[in-house]
Design a protein around this ligand. Sequence first.
Ligand code: PMP
Length: 361
Amino acid sequence: MSRVHNFSAGPAALPESVLRQAQEEMLDWHGVGASIVELSHRGPEFIQVATEAEADLRRLMSIPDDYAVLFLGGGATTVQALLPLNFAEPGQAADYVLTGHWGKTAIKQVNPYVAANIAASSETDGFRSIPARDTWQLSKNAAYVHVTANETIHGVEFRDIPEVGDVPLFADFSSSIASEPVDVSKFGVIYAGAQKNLGPVGITVVIIRRDLLERAGQPRADILDYRSHVKGESMLNTPPSWNWYLLGLTVKWMLAEGGVEEFARRSARKSALLYDVIDNSGGFYRNEVDKAVRSRMNVPFFLHDEALDKAFLMEAQGAGLISLKGHRALGGMRASIYNAMSEAGVQALADFMRDFRQRHG
Ligand code: PMP
């Protein structure tokens, strides 16, 4: 069996050791004689898995005790709809800073419940930058300010946590969670679909400052109420237990590898390898994102001639480098290099890109 280097944006590559452990435990989890996915979520075995996953994630991300951590189905998109339902009063504004495609999708989920105010946007710039904080037009009495920490398609990331005063900062960390040390206490809510940096698709982490749970929000069903989810310990209904288990294994792997400080160092090196090839290609490859905010997780790039795209993807696949096609919203190429992508994998891509340029330049 040979495994390729997989640059998928999500679902994304998982650490091989995690997949192997899941394989070993598939039929018989810890001597129980059954798979963890076959056992009740309320039984002692799964409760152990769930409790450890939460404790490990709290350790990995240094999540303070005054934050609740939820593990839910529905993906990041469902969270985007539940934020205004849970945390904005009817008629109250919610401020959104748009730095790419996913900020825009967040707003689509909001408008049925409250009026989203676009406080700042880099859309006219093709989402190649982050609008300077002093240009943001925040509303008075906003329920929250929402940002996308890392824009997976446009390859733009916040390097600093923006100061927004007493209004809680809500952040979509889907594509950069646990990739570097982050001061969680600066946020009201942090959320992420797990399928990029935390494990498998099918489970979403929502980290909520507990005092925000006292907000009345909008009328909503119990299953859409984060207070109930916190009280029910993410088990109001049957949770995605297999995904939770795999997330737990992935978090343990990240801790064993040295935690978020170590992954931040690796990401800096990995992304620099690719940006160097792009910037030193004499225009053969292009990435026009403001260098100060280029993503260290997703590296989008274009070939100077679109006619070469097909050959690039085919030859890359032949070299064991897959899932490099850019998102349909932007075209071109994209290399997603989350925590589970090895430095050797990124080096192989950088070498391939140089070689391809020599042959087709
Ligand atoms: N936000 C970001 C930053 C994303 O990258 C994605 C998915 N690629 C989403 C939200 C949507 O996530 P989901 O598919 O889990 O709903």
